[in-house]
Write a protein that binds this ligand. Sequence first.
Ligand code: NCD
Length: 375
Amino acid sequence: MPRLRHFIDLEEFTPEEVLQLLELAGEMEARVRYEKATQGGSPISPLLPYRVMASLFWEPSTRTRLSFETAMIRLGGSVVGFAEASTSSVAKGESLADTIRMSAHYADCIAMRHPKDGAAYLAGKFSTVPVLNGGDGGHLHPSQTLLDLYTIYKEFGTLGGLKIALCGDLLYGRTTHSLAVALAAFGSQCVAISPEELELPPHVLHHLASRYGGTVEQRRELAGGLDDVHVLYMTRIQRERFEDPEVYERVAHVYRLDRRILDGAPAEMIVMHPLPRLDEIAIEVDSDPRVRYFEQAFNGVPARMALLLVLMGHSRLFGKRGSNWRVPTVFEGTCSNRRCITHFDDNAAPEFYEFEPGKLACRYCDRVRDQLTLY
Ligand code: NCD
């Protein structure tokens, strides 16, 4: 039996391993296209027959949940689960840890999304089967990053030496946190375009600097300044994560990518968005040949098929195995992030790791300990 491996943070996989996942995603894409074109979608030969995936979504989702489920079914497996907490025992007050323990007995892997930062790490501690993080609050979204990287890799044939402009809600937009770190690991650079209130959180900036020596250029304006950018990655302002509706209203409509702005951007630049989109991309832009967001959403299926094949032990990754480098050394104290799962689940005992000599961060949500800024 392969050693249990979760997919909670993409950084626990080396860049070499990520590239192998992307190659495997390429094979899965070819397979799915062939099966759809020639045999109405039935698998040529099921790769994960009779395997069961628990799909546990405590927070709304369209693409992530549907593409995880489609991926499992296209591999010949089945899916059980819930798409909203109100239809599970969570509505009766069951803890995350207990739900996970039970599901691990029923299923062979667990794909999950939860509104609290660090929930996926907690789940991983209680699961005897692989946990796949489909988004934990405003923290991380590693499987989205995998399909984002796949989209970029298909386009440019590399993940290094690129410049990616992340635009919108970089504070709460978990997809940008995972993506910025993954791109740094491959030697690409990010430009962060956001209002002051929604800049990349300090823990992500600290992390980029201390682990990759990377600095992020911060900008306010979307128009102009895209000359040397390879990817413009737009995001929505995450209304549901704001504590103060007034702050939301102030920043809600600050960016809008329209034809005029795109006309001033390079011909080879591509436009991505994890979706759902609100008004940050005008519909008139959809027909521009540089647009990739719908293809990007399709890429979620092959990328997640690759992930399932590896975590379920069907396909092997070669070379050095990525490590769980954030080893907790301090087991007392309170996380300063009010949205951290440690404040909502008694099973989430405090854990902190040293990310720089003398500086601690919460193992669940990565928030720097004693951080005075509240966000
Ligand atoms: C993103 C998410 O849920 O974080 N969507 C997705 O998974 N495709 C982005 C968002 O909700 O804005």
